[in-house]
Design a protein around this ligand. Sequence first.
Ligand SMILES: C[S@@+](CC[C@H](N)C(=O)[O-])C[C@H]1O[C@@H](n2cnc3c(N)ncnc32)[C@H](O)[C@@H]1O
Length: 410
Amino acid sequence: MPNQKKLWKTNKLICGDNLEEVAKLSKESVDLIYIDPPFFSHKQYEVVFGDEAEVRSFKDRWEGGVEHYISWLRPRVQAMYEVLKPTGSFYIHCDWHANAHIRIMLDEIFGGENFRNEIVWCYERAHPAYKMFKRLHDTIFFYSKSDTWIFNMPRVPFKDGSWQRKSFKRPDGKIWEQKLKGKACPDWWIDIPSFATRMSAKERTGYPTQKPEKLLERIIKASSNKGDLVADFFCGCGTTIAVAQQLERKWIGIDISPTAIKVIQRRLKEFEGVIEGVNYIVVGMPTTVKDVRKLEPFEFQNWVVIDKMRATASRKKVGDMGLDGYYPKGHLFVHGGAGIQVKQSDKVGRNVVDNFETALKRADYKKGYIVAFSFTTGAYEEVARIKNKGELEIKLITVEELLTKKKPIV
Ligand SMILES: C[S@@+](CC[C@H](N)C(=O)[O-])C[C@H]1O[C@@H](n2cnc3c(N)ncnc32)[C@H](O)[C@@H]1O
C-alpha cells in the first residue's frame, strides 16, 4: 500500500456548479476526467431511497432545445479541458439524445485528431419500442488531450467465456501459442450489466442514473495509474469517487446537489475500516441563508426535510398543497407523528397556514411544521388561533433557525 495519507491529501468533494468550481482548480493537474452530465432527456428524475423513502431528483430539462443544452455544456467541458494534464484523458457518457452534437463539440475543443474511441455500452432494460429497434446502449466518447496519453489495455474473456487460449491456428496453418490472458478490450462493452437488471445490487444507492462500478473500474484502470488524480465533475452518487478510492487514485468530485454529496459521504463511510486512506474534505455545502436560497426546489425540500429535520420526504413532486415531509406516527421523539411543509419563499402568510391545517387533518396528524425564509404576522396569528382551538399544533420555522439551531426544532 502506498503512503495513503500523502497520496490522498487532495481528495475533495465539492458541492457547486462545475462551471465555477472547475475554474478554481489548478491548470493541467488532472490525469483522468470522466463525466456523466444530464442527458438532455426531458425527464425529471425522482427516485426513492431505500428504507428512508428519501426523495431524490434532479433536473434534466432543456427548454431551449439541443443547442441550448450544448451551449450550457460547452463552457464546462472547455474548463475541464484546461485542468486536464497534457497526458490526460477525458471520457463523457451520453446517449442518443445528444451524442451527435456532443461529438462535434468535443472535436472542436480537443481537436478531432485526439478522438480515441466511441465506446458503446450495451445493456438490457425494458424499452417500449414497437415501430423501431430498442434503444439499449449508451455512448462514451474518449478523447486524449494530446498524442501522448496513458493507456493500460483492459483484457476481457474470449467469446466462449474463457480467459486462457492455449493455441490457435494462423492463416498460414502454423499453430501459435497464446500467451495473453483473455483478449484486448474492444470499443463495445456487453459484459457490464446496468442496474435495470440488478435492482438488488449491493452497490446500488437508489440515486437516479447511477452507473455501475465495473464500468468506472474499466475506464479508471485503462486511463490512469495508482496515485493519479481522477475527477468527476458531475459525480452524482459518487461511482467514480468510490472506484477511484478503491483503486488507490486521488480524486475530486463535484456535484451541484447537496443531496448527492450527502449520498457520497454515506457511500465513503462504508469504506471506513475496510480500506485505508478515506481522507477527504467537503466544501460548498449550504451554510448560509443566501446559499439555501439558491437551491433547486427539490434540493431545498431534501435539505430541510432529510438533512436538517431528519424526517422523511414525501414521495411526490414539490409544490403541491400536500405535505412535503413527515415524521411517521410511531416516531421515537415526535409522538403521534407530524407533517412538514416547506416554502422556499419569504413572508409566507395566513393562507399557507390554513391550507396546511387542512392537509394535517387529512393525514390525521396533530402536529406540523412549516419551514420558510420568513412569515407574516398574519401567519403567526393564524397559528395561535389554531392552537387555541386545542386540536392542532403548528410551528413556524425559519431557515435561519434551521441553520443556527439555537433552539430545538421539534
Ligand atoms: C447523470 S447524473 C451522474 C450520475 C453518476 N455518474 C453516478 O454514477 O451516480 C448527473 C449529475 O450531474 C449533476 N449536475 C447537474 N448540473 C450540474 C452542474 N452544473 N454542476 C455540477 N453538477 C451538476 C446532477 O446533480 C447529477 O447528480
